[in-house]
Write a protein that binds this ligand. Structure first.
Ligand SMILES: *Cc1c(COP(=O)(O)O)cnc(C)c1O
Length: 395
């Protein structure tokens, strides 16, 4: 093996050797576990599952999953069968649900081989799992039933759910372990759809007597005890994202993204910086050039100027270095981003320093807003060129 580790796409998620990495991502597993515990307190007496789809929102499901397991989490949700297979390797005993359905008869053996439970969200899913779902011992395979109450994405209609519940009570063809639905507007506490979905789901869940029910994502946990049901399914709040619009974020930051300074340069007032020459310097400026760009998920829309379709935060993105916030200067490029570090003075920033792009000082929600997007997309677009390190989490 080479002395220099390179990114491997393997389960270790250690990415690039830190000595040669352009950026580094630190995942604080203690903060993750604290967030899990806070959500547990809010959702009690309901249980709290971990949603670890999209590689735990970009933070590494093979590390996040076991940390949550050690904190007492026993139920996990992924989106795709492949994600379930990878998670099974890290969590031999967990209940793993696959949200996006069965993927048809050809995929069914993969569910059985890895003891994954499909979330059945259509008549086709139900037929597929009924046809496949008798294991060797003759008992029907477990699954979840997804009922759509207002999202119009996945799920049986309440009428289809009613028909299924009646039929299945007679035939016992399937063994549903969970009935669930998903909120469309949970982050907006005053939205009238929340109450309508809750009432619709309450009626449906009564059809599935003795089976656990689940409605709330991260935001739903903060809508009050009526929304808790038996099992909550948070994702973003575990990872430190703000679960609802407005107010203070009760969650601890879990991910810190930092970029390596590879040059510090001085430019004169009137010169311009980066592509398109949009970063016009109004003063003599010290520029820190960092080795992270949009190919690493630091979105081009975070640019200070010159990128159309900007929304939300006209000032562009900010980094944090040596105790100060520093603005992005000019367009973010594929592999490099410029920061105006003039206000740090002559000794301010040196080559080899690290500038925080988000973390404890620049909330991930702020960095996302600067790019006209949301924390979910910021985290799931993190690239593969980082050095990744995991701290805390009791091993
Ligand atoms: C992604 C997802 C969740 C988690 O949502 P967050 O807003 O990240 O908490 C829960 N349930 C379903 C069905 C999902 O698709």
């Amino acid at each position: 093996m080479s002395e220099w580790k390179t990114f491997t796409h393997d389960a270790a998620h250690d990415g690039v050797d830190p000595r040669i990495a352009g950026g580094r991502l630190t995942v604080d597993l203690d903060a993750l576990v604290e967030n899990y515990r806070l959500l547990q307190r809010r959702a009690a007496p309901a249980r709290v599952a971990g949603v670890v789809k999209a590689d735990a929102y970009g933070l590494g499901a093979s590390r996040v999953g076991p940390a949550l397991w050690r904190a007492g989490c026993r139920t996990f949700f992924v989106a795709l069968p492949q994600e379930g297979i990878e998670l099974r390797a890290a969590l031999p005993q967990a209940d793993i649900y696959v949200l996006n359905g069965t993927f048809g008869p050809e995929a069914a053996p993969a569910f059985a081989a890895h003891r994954l439970m499909p979330v059945l969200g259509s008549q086709a899913d139900i037929s597929c799992w009924e046809a496949f779902g008798w294991n060797d011992g003759g008992t029907p395979r477990p699954c979840a039933i997804h009922v759509d109450t207002g999202m119009n994405r996945l799920g049986l209609t309440p009428e289809e759910a009613h028909a299924f519940a009646t039929d299945n009570a007679l035939t016992g063809a399937l063994t549903p372990r969970l009935v669930m639905s998903h909120l469309a507007c949970g982050d907006d506490a005053g939205h009238p759809l929340n109450r309508r979905q809750r009432e619709s789901f309450q009626a449906v869940s009564r059809l599935f007597d003795g089976i656990e029910s689940s409605l709330s994502n991260s935001a739903g946990i903060f809508l009050g005890p009526d929304f808790a049901f038996d099992l909550a399914r948070p994702g973003i709040a575990l990872y430190g994202g703000q679960p609802f619009d407005g107010g203070d974020n009760p969650m601890r930051a879990v991910a810190t993204l930092e970029a390596r300074v590879v040059q510090v340069r001085r430019a004169r007032a009137g010169e311009t910086a980066s592509y398109g020459a949009h970063g016009v310097l109004s003063r003599d400026t010290v520029i820190a050039v960092v080795s992270t760009g949009y190919a690493d998920g630091y979105h081009r829309a975070s640019s200070f100027a010159g990128v159309p379709l900007r929304r939300a935060v006209p000032a562009g993105g900010h980094g944090f270095v040596h105790g100060r916030r520093v603005p992005v200067l000019g367009r973010v490029t594929m592999d490099l981003t410029l920061f105006d570090v003039t206000d740090l003075g002559p000794e301010g920033v040196t080559v080899g320093d690290w500038i925080e792009l988000f973390g404890h000082n620049v909330p991930v929600d702020e960095a996302a807003a600067a790019a006209g997007t949301i924390s979910y997309e910021m985290l799931t677009s993190l690239g593969r060129r980082y050095h990744r390190r995991y701290v805390g989490g009791d091993g």
